[in-house]
Design a binder for this molecule. Structure first.
Ligand code: C5P
Length: 419
């Protein structure tokens, strides 16, 4: 189902400056004929008026837990029962904390607890609130509960600071709504994990190394070469492996994510640092290279800031960075039993991924098509898994679900080998 005349959305507007963008979202949903009902928190009504929302939706706005919509007094349950999807935008730090901990003190949080419908949240807050371990903990809990996230984006904030925390633009939230409605992103745990009562010990006694995030290759003390990796997929894999009992070392480039619980996280900046730490962390049973390592670095980093007022624009000479995955895959000593690479491809997905499997001497390549979905920084991923024996495809699902399934698959592949 895409967002169309048949769709019914319950939009919960939290109290943040980004609430004004919710009005634009409603307008775009209404343009597509989507039925939109809105619940506003008390704080949201300080930022936008009920009247504006009611004019745009053509429906009354709900905000009172104790004002039932029907005679049974179960108005709040009815509100979410009636919807195909619950959208929280802006999802403030306060609302996310309430959702993560099952608090139900007002109509918005009560509805979010009293539902079995899919929830899509668009966080918006000051960057320090977003980066705070408490918020990051809440986000991980909610992701485990199946809540899908869109954003937040990096950028200039209403408070004048710059960083992650801006709510996604209405067009992006709309695209995420269409995605969630079109694909059932709620994937039950893989059969292997459900059947196996010992899910928590699938990888007990195993050691796993994971690289995640981008690398930053300095040009001078203030500038660097990098790419768009958020680290979400790599961190989710490290967390899922730790949950399955593995001893996990995560080697992470600069990311705006909290270190996963129960994982030894080593922070690095450059590809060369990442390779050094990966080699130092061997031996391991599994190596998974999820990091989007910068392919090049400048031949010589300037020790002082390169001035703009030079007569000529600076000419950067690039040299190739080490390929960490290939270096680990091709080791003769201490090569992990399973070496797994990721391949983000925008064309000839399987052909290119297969070439990487061979060239880097991997046991598995997890390939994703970056030409379609907003994979970088997004919450979902659709992957094809290639091994020398064959291929397997996972449908579109959250990065957490990809991680859990991948861990189950790797545990099964390692099965017979000694611990
Ligand atoms: O060749 P490409 O960059 O597409 O390969 C992607 C895979 O190789 C990923 O698993 C990535 O972590 C790994 N890689 C690496 N070191 C590099 C480049 C890529 O480990 N310098």
């Amino acid at each position: 189902m895409t967002a169309s005349v048949e769709s019914r959305i319950l939009l919960i507007i939290g109290g943040g400056i980004a609430a004004y963008k919710a009005l634009e979202l409603i307008r775009r949903l209404r343009e597509r004929g989507v039925f939109v009902r809105v619940v506003m928190t008390e704080a949201a009504q300080r930022f936008v008026t009920k009247l504006s929302v009611e004019s745009l939706t053509g429906n009354r706005v709900y905000n009172d837990l104790f004002a039932p919509t029907d005679d049974s007094g179960m108005g709040h349950i009815e509100l979410s029962r009636d919807a195909d999807l619950l959208v929280v935008a802006p999802a403030t730090a306060d609302l996310l904390a309430k959702m993560a901990h099952g608090l139900a003190g007002d109509l918005a949080s009560t509805l979010l607890l009293a539902t079995d419908k899919k929830i899509l949240a668009a966080p918006a807050m000051n960057l320090r609130m977003w980066l705070h371990p408490a918020t990051q903990r809440n986000i991980s809990l909610l992701q485990k509960d199946g809540v899908v996230f869109v954003g937040p984006e990096q950028g200039e904030m209403a408070c004048g600071e710059y960083g992650p925390g801006r709510m996604s633009e209405p067009a992006d939230i709309l695209a995420a709504i269409e995605h969630v409605l079109a694909h059932d992103t709620h994937i039950p745990l893989p059969a292997e994990l459900v059947r196996n009562q010992e899910a928590a010990s699938l990888l007990a006694g195993r050691r796993m190394l994971v690289t995640s995030g981008p690398t930053h290759e300095p040009i001078d003390p203030v500038r660097y070469i990098a790419n768009r990796s958020s680290g979400k997929q790599g961190h989710a894999i490290a967390a899922a492996a730790a949950a399955a009992g593995a001893d996990v070392v995560l080697i992470s480039g600069p990311v705006a994510l909290a270190d996963p619980a129960g994982v030894k996280t080593i922070h690095v900046e450059t590809a060369r640092d990442m390779l050094r730490e990966a080699e130092a962390a061997l031996p391991a049973d599994i190596f998974i290279g999820v990091a989007a390592v910068a392919d090049w670095r400048v031949a010589e980093t300037a020790h002082t800031k390169i001035k703009k007022d030079q007569k000529q624009t600076p000419c950067l000479t690039l040299v190739e960075n080490p390929d960490i995955l290939a270096a680990i895959g091709q080791r003769s000593k201490d090569r992990p039993a399973l070496v797994v690479g990721f391949a983000a491809e925008s064309e000839k997905l399987e052909e290119n991924a297969h070439a990487k499997l061979i060239a880097k001497n991997c046991d598995m390549i997890v390939a994703n098509d970056i030409s379609e979905a907003a994979v970088f920084g997004g919450e979902n991923n659709e992957v094809v898994i290639l091994t020398k024996q064959g291929k397997d495809s996972f449908p579109l699902m959250s990065k957490q679900d990809v991680a859990v399934r991948l861990v189950a698959k790797l545990a099964a592949m390692l099965g017979g080998t000694s611990r």
